[in-house]
Ligand binder design. Structure first.
Ligand code: SPV
Ligand code: MG
Length: 279
């Protein structure tokens, strides 16, 4: 990896392609932990949605820390906290990062959007000037110890329609500012934009992608274009929403009561999910 002593990314470096799974609470964290992914991504969208809020900094950063702590308690896998854009100023971002490290989180990710942020899929993404975000990353880097905690810089340049060259320029600056890895977000429906980015990427810093929009890409493609990891950021959240909606409708409409329970996890399994732990 680009910088030395990035513990959790380092540990996983031997893997072909790291796959992180998005979670949003203790339950999804525990389930995900049992599925054998390389690490967990505590998603801002997932945390917001499960709190009944928009992904617009409406959930406070201290609430995010509480959720991250519950996830950390459920897993031995590395946990990346999606810190959105860091809740405004560099000093708040740095405080957020330092507190996350104290709660046992392994890495925090900040993105180069203006406060209040909006989700990459809600349109109207506004970037902050790159230098402003560099200052934020530098401030975080000063206060968090590289040997125990990773800082991930995320650029939304492609989402904002600024093009691959701008995304490359920003990613280079963020790496130089002290990011241990860079997330590049693309909302195109195929991996072409990411492929172009990777073909022009000059650095040795790990690049991680979030293939929500281009999830139909064969897994081998991500490795072959040189990505270090991918984040399945919101699939568990979306699966739970589809499943809750489908069962809610069946409960409402199905007069054949026994049919309703057919696909549900037994209560005994729910009870045993957290039984043998000392959390
Ligand atoms: C999240 O999971 O909150 C993310 C990924 O940031 S995305 O929603 O795809 O932007
Ligand atoms: Mg997010």
């Amino acid at each position: 990896l680009g910088h030395q002593q990035v513990t959790f990314l380092d540990e996983l470096k031997s893997k072909q392609l790291l796959q992180f799974i998005g979670v949003h609470d203790g339950l999804s964290g525990a389930l995900a932990a049992s599925l054998g992914f390389d690490g967990l991504w505590v998603s801002s969208l997932g945390m917001s949605a499960t709190a009944g809020l928009r992904d617009r900094n409406e959930l406070t950063w201290t609430e995010c820390l509480d959720i991250a702590e519950r996830v950390v308690a459920c897993t031995n896998s590395p946990v990346i906290l999606d810190g959105s854009e860091g809740y405004g100023s560099p000093s708040i971002a740095a405080l957020f990062a330092r507190r996350a490290a104290k709660r046992g989180v392994h890495a925090i990710c900040f993105e180069d959007k203006a406060f209040p942020k909006s989700n990459s899929f809600s349109g109207g993404t506004v970037l902050v000037p790159s230098q402003e975000f560099v200052t934020k990353l530098q401030r975080c880097r000063e206060v968090i110890d590289r040997s125990s905690f990773a800082l991930i810089g995320r650029t939304e340049a492609l989402v904002a329609g600024c093009g691959v060259n701008e995304a490359i320029d920003r990613a280079c600056l963020y790496y130089e500012a002290g990011a241990d890895a860079i997330i590049v977000q693309s909302v195109k429906s195929d991996a072409g934009e990411m492929e172009l980015f990777m073909s022009r990427w000059p650095r040795q810093c790990p690049i991680i992608a979030i293939p929500t929009a281009y999830a139909r890409t064969p897994i081998g493609k991500y490795k072959s274009i040189g990505l270090t990891g991918i984040v399945w950021a919101n699939q568990l959240l979306r699966a739970s929403i589809s499943s809750m909606r489908e069962f809610g409708k069946r409960l409402r409409d199905d007069t054949q009561a026994p049919l309703v329970e057919v696909d549900l996890i037994p209560i005994s399994e729910v009870l045993s999910l957290f039984e043998n732990t000392d959390r």
